[in-house]
Structure formats: C-alpha cells, structure tokens
Design a protein around this ligand. Structure first.
Ligand code: R5P
Length: 311
C-alpha cells in the first residue's frame, strides 16, 4: 500500500510530519517550499504524484501563511494529477469564530472550510476541532480525531486524590464529562464570561471541588487567560493539586508567563502545534499524537474504520 500513499509536509510542524512518516515507515515526499523575493509562498512538488493517494500535513496555526501554504500545496497536488488529496490538519485555525453570535462578525471557521474545498481537497483529517459542527461546514468527508485517549493514558498514570475534571467554560462540558467518566472523577464547570476576544472574566464554580485534585481541561490554550483564571478561582475555593490539559498549545500573548504565575503545577498538551522550549519552572508535558494521526491516515488509505480507533 505504501507505493500509493504519499505524505507531504508543510512547514508549520515538520517534526510532527516526520514522526507520522516514521510511524507509517515511509519517507516524506520531496517538496520545495520557498519564497519569492516579496515573501509570497512558492511551492513545487519534486516527485511524481500522478494517481497517488496524497496526505498533506499542515496545522493552520497563525500566521495565516500556514493556511495559505496548505491551500497552495493542495492546488499543486491537484495540478499534478494526484488521485485523492486529504488535508491533514492537526490544528484547525480560525475555528473560534464558528457562529454568528454577535452582529457584524464572520464565521471564519466556515470561510476556511470553503477555501480548503475550493483549493481542491477531497477529504479532511482533523484533530479535536474547536466545535464538532465544523465538520458540517465542509461538503467533503471529514474525520475528526480525538486526543482524549492519549491525554487520558498520561493522566491515568498520575496519582490523583479525589479528582475533579473542570471545564473552564460551558463549551467544554461534553469533553469534560467524557474525561470524568473515563477517570472515575467528578465534573465541575467554571462559568466564564468573556469581556473582549482575548480577555476573560470568571463568574463562579459550579460543582464541588474542595480539597481534591483538579484537571482543568480545554481544547485550546491560547493566552492561557481562561485556564489561569480558572486555576486561581479553584485554588481560592480550596482545590488541591491543579493540572491543566489541552490538545492544542497555541500559547500566544504571554501564555507561558501567565501559566508560571498561576497555581497550575503542570500543563499537558499535544504536539499538534510545535511547542517552543522555555526556561521557567513550569512543567510542560508534550504528548505525541503522531501514532494516532499516522494510524488514521493508514486506515483512510486502506478503507478501514477510523471511528474504531476510539472504542
Ligand atoms: C474557548 O472557547 C476555547 O475553548 C478556549 O477556552 C480558549 O480558546 C482559550 O483561550 P485563552 O487561552 O486565550 O483564554
């Protein structure tokens, strides 16, 4: 099967792409990705991919050049007569504006879906989309994987006492409930009200947390304002050890400094986005999602079930 499967990496997370290639025991396809002198992106697929089942790996984190690079790579593969093109998007950026909940706002998650389709992708393989309904923004097939088994395997090894899984907003309750069930833990929610797009204000904790250990669970840590403020509120309410877990380490706008100052003792994330090393005392554990993505790619290629990965 490997003769037909072609793996192409963008420049957003080459280490993850290499790990996926290693999992699949194949070499990444040679691609020349460069810049014109005015910094426009220039792409050339260096190998023949005519008739191939192509998977392009590119998380679309900021800057938007990562998204543009994905679109240009999809176009290049189409024009090179690839048989099928799957956009493998470990982190789907521009997802947070996913509904028109205020006047005069875009639905950027839908706009990005349109762009990916128009570029010529035949399928999408994503990981923990910010909202499950983003799958419906596409008219092509979408597989949305969950990092939960990988996060849970790590968390299960920790010696927690009287554990409560805390969702830092109502949007994360479903994920929080699933984790709590698997861990035999309680569930609590922090009722958060946002003041501006990048600042949040906490209201109150719904659920009993006093004395017990806490995992604050979210899909994204961006500025870390949400989880840091949740951690402070939980510590004030008498929580024991506090750990934060999230799939996507966006870590922007002073996130690490904010986490360092918070009562959080460890942050557990995945390598859906590259995490830069930092010098502080905060423990950041990065779990590898390449076996999950690699196995899903293998199954899509061979026509096997992907959902059975999560049973
Ligand atoms: C919000 O809906 C998301 O689930 C995250 O809570 C949010 O993106 C985290 O952002 P920040 O780390 O900037 O508070």
């Amino acid at each position: 099967m490997n003769d037909e499967l072609t793996l192409i990496s963008g420049t957003a997370n080459p280490e993850l792409s290499q790990r996926i290639a290693t999992y699949l025991s194949i070499a990444l396809c040679e691609v020349d990705i460069g810049r014109f002198s005015d910094m426009e992106i220039r792409v050339r697929i260096s190998e023949n991919i005519r008739g191939k089942d192509v998977f392009i790996i590119q998380p679309t984190l900021a800057p938007a050049d990562n998204l543009l690079e994905l679109l240009i790579m999809i176009d290049a593969c189409n024009r090179a007569s690839a048989d099928r093109i799957t956009a493998v998007i470990p982190y789907y950026g521009y997802a947070r504006q996913d509904r028109k909940d205020q006047p005069r706002v875009p639905i950027s998650a839908k706009l990005v879906a349109n762009l990916i389709q128009v570029a010529g992708a035949h399928r999408v393989l994503a990981l923990d989309l910010h909202a499950a309904q983003i799958q419906g923004f596409f008219d092509i097939q979408v597989d949305n994987l969950f990092a939960a088994p990988i996060l849970l395997e790590y968390i299960n090894k920790k010696n927690f006492k009287n554990l409560t899984v805390v969702s830092p907003d109502v949007g994360g309750i479903k994920m929080g409930r699933a984790f709590a069930k698997r861990l035999g833990a309680n569930l609590a929610i922090v009722d958060k009200r946002r003041t501006t797009a990048d600042a949040s204000e906490l209201m109150n904790i719904i659920g009993e947390i006093a004395g017990g250990d806490i995992i604050i669970l979210d899909d994204i840590i961006s500025t870390a304002g949400t989880i840091s403020q949740a951690a402070v509120a939980l510590a004030d309410a008498g929580a024991g050890r506090i750990i934060a877990a999230a799939t996507h380490p966006v870590l922007s706008g002073g996130a690490i400094e904010r986490l360092e100052k918070s009562p959080i003792e460890e942050v557990v994330v995945t390598n859906s986005i590259p995490v830069e090393k930092h010098d502080g005392t905060l423990k950041v554990t990065v779990l590898d999602v390449s076996p999950l993505l690699g196995e899903a790619i293998r199954r899509i290629h061979t026509g096997e079930s992907v959902s059975s990965l999560f049973i």
